[in-house]
Design a binder for this molecule. Structure first.
Ligand code: CO8
Length: 257
C-alpha cells in the first residue's frame, strides 16, 4: 500500500515506519496521523509483527506538529475537534515500539518519540519542546511524559525556555536509552527490535503494559497491575516453553502464543 506521508516496510518480524514529509521536516499533519494510526493498527493485528521501529530522516525525526495547519485554529475549534487527541491512539499501540531519532525531534516530534517505548538516538539528535516560542504549550503529552522522564527541573527548563537538548544531554537525563553514530542508527534500532520480536509476543506486550503502569499510576496500583499481568503469562504456551528450555539448557522455540 502506498502512503503520502510514510514509508512502510517489514523486516522479518519487525515493522519499520519512516516519517516521510521531507519538504516540511516531517511536520506532523492530519494526514500523517491518519496514516500512522492505520499502519500501527495493521501491525498490531498482524501476528507476524513482534516489534515496530519508528524513524524519520537524517535531518529530522519530526520538527513538530504542522504549524501551518494549526495556525488558523481558534479555541472553540481546537476544543470541539479535540486537537491532538488522535495521538493518544499512537501512544496506545500495544506492541513494543522503538523510536530511532536523528536530527530534530521537536515539539510534537519529541512527544511522538516519547510515546514509543524507548528512544535510540543518533549523535546528531536534538530534542526540545519549543512550543513556548509559538505562544502555546506542548499538547501531545510533553508536559507529562517529559516531566516523568527527566524530572521537574529539566522539564521546566526545556518547556519554559524552549531550548534544545543534544543527544548526549538527553542520554544523561534519561530521555534516551542509547546514543549511536548516525550511520549506525537504523541498524541498532532494527537489531533491538528484532531481538524483542524474537521473544514471546504475549510476554513483550505485557512487559510493555506493566512498565507503562509504573509510569501512569502510583506504585501500589502499578504493583497490583504487574502481579496480575505476571500471573496471566502463566496461561501461555511460551511460558511453558521458555522455562522448559532454561531447565533443559537449550534455546527456546517460542510460538508467540
Ligand atoms: N510545521 C510546519 N512546517 C515546518 C515545521 C513545522 N513544525 N518545521 C519546519 N517546517 C517547514 C518550514 O516551514 C520549511 O518550509 P518552507 O521551505 O516551505 O519554508 C521547511 O520545513 C524547512 O524548515 P526550515 O527552513 O525552518 O529549516 P531549518 O533547518 O532552517 O530549521 C528547525 C529547522 C529549527 C527545526 C525549524 O524548522 C523550526 O524551528 N521548526 C519548528 C519547530 C517547532 O516550533 N516545533 C513545535 C511545533 S508546535 C507542536 O509541535 C505542538 C504539538 C502539540 C499539538 C499537536 C496537535 C496536532
Amino acid at each position: 500500500m502506498a502512503y503520502e506521508t510514510l514509508l512502510v516496510e517489514t523486516r522479518g518480524r519487525v515493522g519499520l515506519v519512516t516519517l516521510n514529509r521531507p519538504q516540511a521536516l516531517n511536520a506532523l499533519n492530519r494526514k500523517l496521523l491518519d496514516e500512522l494510526k492505520g499502519v500501527l493498527a495493521a501491525f498490531e493485528a498482524d501476528a507476524g509483527i513482534g516489534a515496530i521501529v519508528l524513524t524519520g530522516s537524517e535531518k529530522a525525526f519530526a520538527a513538530g506538529a504542522d504549524i501551518k495547519e494549526m495556525q488558523p485554529y481558534g479555541f472553540a475549534d481546537a476544543m470541539v475537534e479535540d486537537l491532538a487527541a488522535g495521538w493518544d491512539d499512537v501512544a496506545a499501540c500495544r506492541k513494543p515500539m522503538i523510536a530511532a531519532v536523528s536530527g530534530f525531534a521537536l515539539g510534537g516530534g519529541c512527544e511522538v518519540a516519547m510515546m514509543c517505548d524507548f528512544i535510540i538516538a543518533s549523535e546528531t539528535a536534538k530534542f526540545g519542546q519549543p512550543e513556548i516560542t509559538l505562544g502555546v504549550i506542548p499538547g501531545m503529552g510533553g508536559t507529562q511524559r517529559l516531566t516523568r522522564a527527566l524530572g521537574k527541573a529539566k522539564a521546566m527548563d526545556l518547556i519554559l525556555t524552549g531550548r534544545l537538548m543534544d543527544a548526549a544531554e538527553a542520554e544523561r537525563a534519561g530521555l534516551v536509552a542509547r546514543v549511536v553514530a548516525p550511520e549506525r542508527l537504523l541498524e541498532e534500532a532494527l537489531a533491538a527490535a528484532e531481538k524483542i520480536a524474537g521473544y514471546s509476543l504475549p510476554a513483550t506486550m505485557l512487559a510493555k503494559e506493566a512498565v507503562g503502569r509504573a509510569y501512569e499510576t502510583v506504585l501500589a496500583e502499578g504493583m497490583r497491575a504487574e502481579r496480575r499481568l505476571f500471573h496471566a503469562l502463566f496461561a501461555t504456551e511460551d511460558q511453558k516453553e521458555g522455562m522448559a528450555a532454561f531447565i533443559e539448557k537449550r534455546k527456546p522455540a517460542f510460538r508467540h502464543r
